[in-house]
Design a protein around this ligand. Structure first.
Ligand code: SF4
Length: 228
């Protein structure tokens, strides 16, 4: 896929970061750069809404404040604490990651993508999130919110319908990342998708992207919510 031209990339970056400065959410895992805490939040946020994660994230870190505490715990206890979040493979994987990180890396989560992805349950998204949010690297992230925003702004419904697989979205996420601003940009993109360019009620009429959004441009009545 042809990537967006540089002026459009810069415009999107500027507008998204300006939007984030006003509308970004204050979330507990944004008050830390500690790799273990970032990892806990990212695993919890897989499949679970932010408002349900917040109290459990705090409770979990009170019980297991370090990766060594988690590695020493019994997996049954970790599962029990996690239980209200469902999807019980996640606490088991997190517990295994803790044990492997302590055994192989002395308790320090690796700061390179290949080593992170060798740990159980860490895919390209989670590796990118740890690198970006804990190690301040310009690594791309792609979750459902990010995918929706990129698809709407840069592809539009017709091109989106022809897209197969994730590669197009990863290429876009990497091409758009402003060097040295990966942390804010990724957080902004996720917030924008979660609270503004939402699946059912995107706020197109007051959106800072509406002047160049491919989805709005494709609609006969600009501002009509899109479902892509
Ligand atoms: S104009 Fe609408 S569809 Fe486009 S990015 Fe904004 S909210 Fe999303």
């Amino acid at each position: 896929m042809k990537l967006p031209p540089a002026p459009l990339v810069r415009r999107f970056q500027r507008r998204l970061l300006a939007w984030y400065a006003t509308h970004g959410r204050d979330l507990p895992w944004r008050r830390t750069r500690h790799p273990y805490r970032v990892l806990v939040s990212e695993i919890m946020l897989q499949q679970t809404q932010v408002d349900r994660v917040i109290p459990k994230y705090r409770q979990f870190l009170r019980r297991y404040p370090t990766i060594h505490d988690l590695a020493r715990a019994r997996v049954e206890d970790v599962r029990r604490l996690w239980y209200p979040l469902g999807y019980n493979i996640r606490p088991v994987r997190l517990h295994t990651i803790a044990r492997e990180t302590v055994a192989r890396y002395g308790g320090h989560l690796p700061d390179d993508a290949a080593a992170l992805r060798r740990l159980p349950g860490i895919g390209r998204y989670t590796a990118g999130a740890v690198l970006s949010f804990a190690y301040d690297r310009d690594a791309a992230v792609l979750d459902t919110n990010v995918r929706r925003v990129l698809g709407r702004v840069f592809l539009g419904p017709r091109r989106l319908a022809r897209v197969r697989g994730e590669r197009v979205f990863w290429d876009l996420a990497e091409a758009l990342l402003p060097r040295g601003r990966g942390y804010d940009f990724n957080q902004a993109l996720m917030d924008f998708g979660a609270t503004w360019c939402t699946p059912r009620k995107p706020k197109c009429p007051s959106c800072p992207m509406k002047g160049f959004c491919a989805t709005v441009a494709s609609l006969s009545a600009p501002g009509v919510p899109c479902r892509s």
